[in-house]
Ligand binder design. Structure first.
Ligand code: ZN
Ligand code: ZN
Length: 550
């Protein structure tokens, strides 16, 4: 019995693991990771699916623990090549269905709905699904029975005693399994494992938002949130309706998720209290609550467009109060700050999580994790879902609670553990590589990204020459073209200086050495590069090109 980790154990994102027994593979999640400034131009980052493609015939299914992109976002990419059923709760499957329909892949997968507490046999694995609280509804803890005992996978875990839908994390059933069958291996969420205390309940956020609504009863209220945070949206809608406001979802995914969640009975808003953006124009602004995407400062999101004056229906005014019911994800801070500044410039009031508890995490902090470990009492533990620091903190917490040092194994992407009668051991490694999607899957690699970073930070200088091979003479050039490197006023002089230096170095080569393309380009790069560095102290990419005239 083996657990292989393909992603999610070195960074937050692209969660994907496989439980392997009796020659069969059961996937847990198949997520993507959003790219940041370190990977310019990249749309999304995937786990390396090479191993899973090779073992396609052995995959019995995938459990989707919940509907966040870091758990289901890569399904369309894997299902292109491999066909298997996806098991999850109704809401998550609705999101998966939408995703697969968009990619024209619905025929590649059977979507199997599971219910809280239900037991399902998937290949050789006896699975049971238990409710877990998180920042999107209907998440599950997976209990997987194998020949080597019970594995518990926490999913994205929070132990919220007062969730909006009253669907609490089923610790009672976990305690029962722990005492009757015993848990051999626990895999648990580490996102907040280095943060002390407990994560505030979702309903506490509702209380705080209630105060914000009371203080802004005469103003239009615009709330930016994650579109998948159905319970947050419900709380906002309830407060808005209580003030006689009409709820107006704005932004593609926000409109879609409002409809999806209402259709599935996960969100309750009477028809007369919700309107499309075009209808809202006719309403008294003080009787409107806009709920929109853009809480992470995303480029071209609904809120971004409102600030730029590009949203067709909503323009920001001095009578608006904008609530960021979210916390910037690491990497998004500056984009969020830009948006807040844009709002301030337009005279709007801004409320954010730095001032008031208008957001809470969907992940358990240390005290909750300790409770979870006390309930599950696993023999072995592998922390999952985290950056290195989170995984290390979670391992430390487990050892601090009395687990033997060797029973806690920290794995990284591409690594695996094996369970046998002898205990736990590290297993064979597969690839944990980042697969970048830029138009095409794997279309760029680390080397291309390095070139993009150089181009992005320093620009380029291209130098062209035409050489007569027989006469060993410079027929045309050097012609210098540069971009993103120097200001217009300096450019002519700088390019002339480069041309002079390159000309001199080429004449040298033509006289003294074998004038091969390689030799000529090397001296061009060296002379252009050193001239550029001497004149500007900058290091743009140098691109020499030689043409031979015959
Ligand atoms: Zn999540
Ligand atoms: Zn997650």
């Amino acid at each position: 019995m083996r657990v292989r980790f393909f992603g999610g154990l070195s960074q937050i994102g692209r969660n994907c693991a496989a439980i392997e027994a009796e020659g069969k593979l059961l996937l847990i999640d198949c997520g993507q990771m959003f790219s940041d400034d370190a990977s310019p131009g990249v749309e999304t980052i995937l786990p390396d699916f090479g191993f899973l493609r090779d073992r396609a015939a052995d995959i019995v299914g995938c459990i989707a623990t919940h509907g966040h992109e870091d758990h289901i976002g890569a399904l369309p990419f894997l299902l292109r090549d491999v066909s298997f059923p996806v098991y999850s709760t109704r809401f998550t499957l609705a999101l998966v269905r939408h995703k697969l329909a968009e990619a024209n892949l619905l025929d590649r997968s059977q979507l199997v709905e599971v219910h809280d507490g239900e037991k399902v046999k998937i290949g050789p694995f006896d699975c049971e699904f238990l409710p877990v609280t998180h920042s999107t509804p209907s998440g599950v803890i997976s209990v997987i029975r194998t020949s080597q005992g019970v594995i518990v996978h926490s999913g994205d875990l929070k132990i919220d005693p007062t969730p909006v839908d009253h669907r609490t994390t089923d610790l009672d059933r976990l305690a029962e399994i722990a005492s009757t069958e015993g848990v051999r291996l626990l895999l648990a969420d580490s996102t907040n494992a280095d943060t002390p205390g407990r994560t505030a309940s979702e309903t506490h956020i509702g209380d705080v938002l209630s105060g914000v609504f009371a203080a802004n009863s005469e103003r239009r209220i615009i709330v930016a949130s994650f579109a998948s945070h159905i319970h947050r949206l419900q709380q906002v809608a309830d407060l808005a309706i209580a003030q006689g406001r009409t709820v107006v979802p704005v932004g593609l995914s926000m409109v879609r998720n409002f409809k999806l969640a209402r259709d599935l009975g996960l969100m309750h808003i009477p028809d007369q209290h919700i309107a499309d953006a075009d209808e809202a124009e006719r309403l008294d602004p003080a009787k409107v609550c806009v709920v929109c995407t853009g809480s992470q400062g995303e480029y071209r999101s609904a809120l971004w467009k409102m600030v730029q004056g590009e949203n067709r229906f909503v323009a920001i005014t001095v009578d608006d109060t904008v609530v960021f019911s979210s916390h910037p994800i690491p990497g998004n801070e500056s984009a969020v700050a830009r948006l807040r500044n844009g709002l301030a410039r337009l005279g709007a009031e801004v409320v954010h999580s730095g001032q008031l508890d208008v957001h809470t995490s969907g992940h358990a902090k240390q005290d909750e994790l300790a409770d979870f470990h006390r309930v599950v009492r696993p023999e072995f533990f592998v922390p999952v879902h985290g950056e290195h620091a989170h995984l290390a903190a979670h391992a430390k917490l487990a050892r601090g609670m009395g687990m033997a040092v060797d029973n806690v194994v920290v794995c990284l992407d591409g690594q695996s553990v094996e369970l046998s009668d002898a205990g736990i051991a590290r297993g064979p490694e597969t690839s944990g590589a980042m697969i970048y999607v830029d138009g095409r899957v794997g279309g760029v690699d680390e080397a291309v990204l390095q070139e993009r970073r150089v181009l992005g930070e320093n620009g380029f200088v291209a130098v062209f020459v035409v050489i007569d091979d027989d006469e060993r003479s410079l027929v045309d050039g050097p012609t210098v073209i540069s971009r993103g490197w120097a200001i217009d006023d300096d450019l002519d002089n700088l390019e002339d200086a480069i041309a002079d230096a390159v000309r001199a170095s080429i004449l040298d080569v033509l006289k003294s050495r074998e004038p091969t393309r390689k030799n000529i380009e090397r001296v061009m790069r060296r002379s252009a590069g050193s001239t550029v560095a001497d004149l500007t102290r900058r290091r743009p990419m140098i691109i020499p090109t030689v043409t031979f005239a015959r």
